[in-house]
Design a binder for this molecule. Structure first.
Ligand code: 5GP
Length: 210
């Protein structure tokens, strides 16, 4: 099967990172794409695991060197996907799970039209606010900023192939897994092994009928 990317987008506070992480942990052949960012690490975040935390100069140098598959400014900080992540997934025959913003997802689709796009929705504004307020790093100014971005991102919902409401984590992960299982079975993604199997079956059928 040809390796491909799965972009998961959602308004901040929908639980997208939790879903993406749970998906990668519970599934096989899935690689979580660790992004580069200029934003400072939150408590408990590990460099190289959650993000590659870099300074603005280093981020700009990565852009210059063409090392990023996509990048965007979100809430005043820069975020980008290293091209190396996709190359690694391809080498290992894995799917790359991208936890990125809407602008980034559109750039990935332009670069790689076979990318699967999934939008997660919170069940209500109340649920979103609760998650955002529980994040210790969110002050009221940042919260407002995130709500404004959420409103802008919702307007782009129609550009996505799949939409899943993240009500219960387990159910959401199961639904997103089903999307991935189905996408893996697409004929065009299996082109080479399928051609070989089909040829063999045709030859065997011919022999059997003689
Ligand atoms: P946070 O700072 O809350 O971890 O992430 C803020 C936003 O940036 C989220 O919507 C997250 O998905 C997005 N983001 C994280 N990594 C990337 C990336 O590599 N590229 C883009 N375009 N967005 C990203």
């Amino acid at each position: 099967m040809k390796s491909f990317a799965v972009a998961i987008c959602a308004p901040s506070g929908t639980g997208k990172t939790t879903v993406a992480r749970a998906l990668v942990q519970g599934g096989t052949g899935l690689l979580f794409s660790v992004s580069a960012t200029t934003r400072p690490a939150r408590a408990g975040e590990q460099p190289g695991v959650d993000y590659h935390f870099v300074g603005r100069d280093e981020f700009e140098a990565m852009i210059e060197r063409g090392e990023l598959l996509e990048w965007a400014e979100v809430h005043g900080e820069l975020y980008g996907t290293p091209r190396a992540n996709l190359e690694r997934a391809e080498r290992q025959g894995e799917l790359l799970i991208l936890d990125i913003d809407v602008q980034g997802a559109q750039q990935v689709v332009t670069a790689r039209p076979d990318t699967v796009t999934i939008f997660l929705l919170p069940p209500s504004l109340g649920a979103l606010l609760e998650r955002l307020r529980n994040r210790e790093s969110e002050d009221e100014v940042r919260l407002r900023q995130r709500l404004e971005t959420a409103q802008r991102e919702l307007e782009r919902l129609d550009a996505f192939e799949y939409v899943v409401v993240n009500d219960r984590l387990e159910e959401t992960v199961a639904r997103v897994s089903s999307i991935i299982v189905a996408e893996r079975q697409r004929r065009e993604r299996q082109a080479e092994p399928l051609a070989a199997l089909r040829r063999r079956l045709q030859e065997d059928l011919e022999r059997e009928r003689r």
